[in-house]
Design a protein around this ligand. Sequence first.
Ligand SMILES: Nc1ncnc2c1ncn2[C@@H]1O[C@H](COP(=O)(O)OP(=O)(O)OP(=O)(O)O)[C@@H](O)[C@H]1O
Length: 276
Amino acid sequence: MAEQQNGCTPSDCASCAQGATCGKKPVDLHEPANPYSHVNKVIAVVSGKGGVGKSMVTASLARMMREQGFSVGIMDADITGPSIPKMYGIHESAKGSDAGMFPCEAKDGTRIMSVNLLLEHEEDPVIWRGPVIAGVVKQFWTDVMWGELDYLFIDMPPGTGDVPLTVFQSLPVDGVVIVTSPQDLVRMIVKKAYNMAEAMHIPVLGIVENYSYLKCPDCGKKISVFGESHIDEIAEELGVPVLGKMPIDPALAEAVESEKFYESDNQYLSGAVNKL
Ligand SMILES: Nc1ncnc2c1ncn2[C@@H]1O[C@H](COP(=O)(O)OP(=O)(O)OP(=O)(O)O)[C@@H](O)[C@H]1O
């Protein structure tokens, strides 16, 4: 897992000849959860680049698990581009007590924390430097009272910068879901995300392809808007499952636009239920 320094893990140390004397023993950088949080599984949703619909996939996975009867939270770690609260029609401010901050609860019971719930006006831009942003994400773990959760999904900012690094090092992430779209650079981009997770010793649970195709409303033909998909080959090469292929679906876009994602019923990822 993320207990590493100089590329070593505790299990590496156990079998290393220098294990007893090495001054570079792994340091556990994990931050403690808020005492009022009991989270069973933490899943980070990542993408190697922006614009692939990562928030859509995060919320879709959360919805799916919610529909299965699990208690679910979403941590919106995309601090400079938060979109989760609006998808669920949440515009209020998060409340707090001496013990920490309460996540806001969506109409389907999904608990949400996002920087937008802490800003005076939700249109205010977040103009903070990387370390400050990373610190806020850490606080979403240490200071938020998530309560009992079966799943906490983290909507990560795109790429492999400060925030993903902080999340992987500081939070007990159980697995990563990689989101991508069927475009030319996809092989390289997926591999970047995969390699980052591997470097942090976090298992990749699978890949979701978004914008896979568009179904013609008249004849039902599938149109590959962004080119032919290569996700099956890439997933096989990496030895990870494809959790689903999501088409461009106007019903999903409408659920976001109308801020009623809590009503959306996305079947495209149903194959992922047993893999999370
Ligand atoms: N499969 C889809 N079908 C229809 N609309 C989609 C789909 N995926 C995403 N969208 C829409 O595209 C827009 C951008 O999606 P989203 O907010 O998830 O991207 P994002 O999280 O900003 O992407 P990234 O974080 O990768 O830059 C949203 O308005 C969303 O409703």
